[in-house]
Structure formats: C-alpha cells, structure tokens
Design a binder for this molecule. Structure first.
Ligand code: AMP
Length: 445
C-alpha cells in the first residue's frame, strides 16, 4: 500500500485526491486549512492545519509514514514544504522552493526567459522607484500590466483598459504596489499589455521532459462577458481535441515548446522542476506569449484535465520524481469539459461568509456531472461558505456544448440564497466571441 499525502483543501485538491484514489494501491492522507467534505470523505486520515505551517505538515507526514507527497497550492511551495519533506526522506511530486521561484518571483521568471532566449517573452521591467516606473509606463503609452513581484492569489495584477482607466491609474497602482509592498516586496513589475485570447497549458515534468495535457481556458473575471474584478478563476473549459476553438494545433505546439524550454532552463540553473508546470499564455497576432508560469496545477484547470487522465496518476507522480516520465503510458480521453464555480455572493469584493449551501450530491451524480468541493466548511452535515470559492461542478461530454449542458444540469442541484455562478462559461455565445476576437486579430485562424 502506497501512502499518499495531498496538501490543500480546495477544489483543485479535491480533483487531485480523486485521481489518487483511482489508483488501486494507494491510501490517501490530507492536510488542509478548511474542512473540505469531499476530501475528508476520501481520506484515510487528515489534519486541519494551515498548509503553510511546514512543521505541522512534516510532522503529520512522518507520523503517518507517507511515501509520496503532492502539494496543491503555491503558498506552501514558497515556504519550502517540498524541501523539508524531502530532507526527511519523503518523495515529493512538487517543486522545491528554488524551482517554484518560476511562479513566486515574476521578475526572476522574466529574467530567466531572457537569459535562455525562451520564445514568448514580453517587454518588461521591474522597479523599486515609482518615478522610474512612471517613465517606463509612459514610454509604453500606458499600455501595460502592473504586477506585484510575488504571490497575490491571482488578484494583484491590474491591466490597462480593464482595471486601469488611464496612464495615471497605472502610475498610481505601480506606486501603491511599491509603497504597500503588495505581493511581499517593495517592487513592481511592469509589462507591455498583450492583446489576444488566453489559454492554459499544463504539463507533467520530470525535470527534463514534459508531457503536455489538453489546453484549457479559464475565466478570471468575476462577471459575465468578462466584466468585473479578477478572481481566482470562475470556471473553465476544454475541447475534445485537446486544443481550444480559437487556436490551431501549431499554437498548441508552440506552447508546449515554450514550456519544455522553461523546464530545460530551470535544470540548467540547477533547479530541476518536478511536478506539474503550468503555462498561462496569451495567444496574440504574433503567436503565444507567456503571461505567467505557475508551479502547480491551476484551479480550476486541474478539474478539466484530471478526470480525463488515462493511466495511474500515482504511478505518473512516481515517474516524475524518478525522472523517467517517458517510460510511462499517459493519455487523456477525447472528451470536452466545462467547469463552473459556485462562489459566495459578493466574492471578489466582499464575500458573504458562513451562508448555507444545499448540495444534492446524489442528483448531481445522476446527471452525470462531477462535484468538487472547494473552500467550504461542513458542520452537522451542512455546507457553509467561506470567503473563497465554494464548489465546482464539471460536465464531461462529446463536445463543449454537450459538456456545458451536463454541467448546468448538475448545477441545478446546488441551491443557496447567497451564491453566484458565471453561467456564460462554456456557452456557444462566449466561445464565438473568442473565435471572432482571434480572427479579427489575425485575419483568420
Ligand atoms: P497573472 O496573475 O500574471 O496571471 O495575471 C492575471 C491576469 O492578468 C491574467 O490572467 C491576464 O488576464 C492579465 N494579464 C497579466 N499579464 C498581462 C499582460 N502582460 N498583458 C495583458 N494581460 C495580462
């Protein structure tokens, strides 16, 4: 029996735990900050603890005799949880603190891209002086993305035209990032604003080679038609052919090539990347550009790809740790997926916490949809919201339309007075808009 520890209590981790549990010889142990009912049910044992409390997680892992650990969220990676577990002889299918820097230090990521001449780079510079930042912003006519250097849970980036209405807005936000040390440093990264359609490409990495997964499109904005503030992600979809309707096979291959180059560069730097590497790309008229690199599965994107995985996930994790990924048989079902998050009313601004949600698990399953719990708590058999996303429903179908219908049928069995869902995700109208947008930018697909 292989004892597997999964760290994290979100829907991404629920999806990871489900994949682990499909593996016959494994037994699941978990550590999470909330009481995720889906994860608790799958676990042989669990501990409620902050995922960044390295000592507590290590103690639990040693106590339970864990063979393999998988870390879901980015914050414990930054704290060096992987390194500490490895020191105690535990295998970890997640990057060390140094290799996770590709996500936790955006300036370093951009420098690496330049040093190794990785394609997909954008014009960028980092500043600790607001006046120099202003000069650079003005030199780009205010067409910029203003980014904290460190982690902000996907909510710290502001982009001209979307959240920044003028050059002055951009300058003021850059100053605020520096002065308030948003993202942990008195420093700000300014990038040229990219125009296009975003896609996510995730890949397994054994430090040398990657195995790419189907492309996914996330929806970061809170409101329908991509309005409102940025969130952790409101939902996502993938297509049965593994690429998205607005992109071509060669766009996908370009993304794969870029990720492969990132992994090779990290190895050359002496920080081989073990685990899932995540590329957020903007498909522009000049091809795929890197928006950011993450050092773990995306949330929601994990829920699109993991249910389609053919082959034993725990085996795949071992092959990443052991550096022999190419020897494993890996594949994904030719199915489309649509994932929609249920979030508390006010999410993204001020969430209504501790509100009950009525979830009819049996009916969701009967509709053929999959339920993944996120940041909720279970008390006396009832589910309550926290300030973060509550749960996600995934539909899997022959094509996106089919998957979307199944997802919506599942969502009918989630009820609450104070919940919110972006129903437009995966709908034909929104996808047509994306195709049209790309067509306009490029002339044709
Ligand atoms: P990040 O946390 O870096 O993924 O940024 C959050 C979101 O901001 C991304 O998903 C994009 O929608 C947007 N964004 C980030 N960088 C850029 C950029 N250089 N140009 C345009 N949009 C961007």
């Amino acid at each position: 029996m292989i004892k597997v520890l999964v760290v994290g209590g979100g829907a991404r981790e629920h999806a990871i735990c489900s994949a682990v549990c499909k593996s016959e010889d494994s037994q699941l142990y978990t550590v999470m900050h909330n009481r995720n009912p889906g994860i608790i049910r799958l676990s042989k044992d669990y501990r409620i603890s902050k995922e960044t409390d390295v000592e507590k997680v290590v103690e639990f892992a040693l106590d339970k005799g864990i063979d393999l650990a998988i870390i879901g969220p980015e914050a414990p990676l930054e704290k060096g949880l992987t390194d500490e577990l490895m020191k105690r002889g535990i295998k970890v299918c997640s990057p060390t603190r140094d290799s996770a820097r590709i996500e936790t230090d955006k300036e370093w990521m951009r420098k690496m891209m330049s040093k190794y001449k990785i394609p997909g780079q954008v014009r960028n510079r980092a500043f600790d002086d607001p006046r120099s930042a202003e000069e650079f912003i003005r030199s780009l006519n205010g067409n910029v993305a203003v980014k904290p250097i460190g982690l902000t849970g996907g909510k710290g980036v502001k982009v001209a035209g979307d959240h920044l209405r003028s050059v002055e807005d951009a300058v003021n936000y850059a100053r605020e990032v520096i002065e308030k040390r948003i993202g942990g440093k008195a420093r700000v990264l300014i990038e040229e604003k990219l125009e296009g359609e975003e896609f996510t490409l995730q890949a397994f990495s054994d430090g040398k080679t990657i195995f790419p997964m189907p492309a996914v499109q996330d929806h970061k904005r809170l409101l329908p038609s991509d309005e409102g503030p940025n969130t952790g992600g409101m939902g996502s979809y993938s297509s049965e052919d593994g690429i998205l309707p607005f992109m071509s096979r060669s766009d996908y291959e370009e993304g794969v090539h870029i990720l492969q180059r990132v992994v090779e560069s990290l190895r050359k730097e002496g920080h081989p990347f073990i685990g899932v590497i995540y590329g957020q790309f903007m498909l522009t008229r000049d091809g795929a550009k890197i928006v950011e690199i993450n050092a773990r599965f995306g949330d929601p994107e994990a829920m699109n790809v993991l249910p389609l995985l053919k082959g034993d996930y725990v085996d795949i994790c071992f092959s990443m740790v052991e550096g022999n990924l190419t020897k494993r048989k890996i594949g994904f079902e030719r199915k489309a997926t649509v994932c929609k998050y249920v979030v508390p009313e006010g999410y993204g601004v001020k969430s209504m916490v501790d509100q009950p949600i009525d979830v009819d698990e049996k009916s969701i399953e009967d509709e053929g949809a999959i339920l993944f719990y996120a940041s909720v708590n279970e008390r006396d058999g009832k589910i309550y919201t926290t300030s973060s996303r509550s749960l996600a429903v995934v539909g899997i179908g022959e094509d996106i339309e089919d998957a979307e219908r199944i997802c919506e049928r599942g969502l009918k069995h989630v009820k609450g007075e104070h919940i919110f869902i972006r129903h437009d995700i995966g709908k034909r109208e929104l996808i047509e808009k994306r195709i049209e947008h790309m067509r306009r930018l490029r002339g044709s697909i």
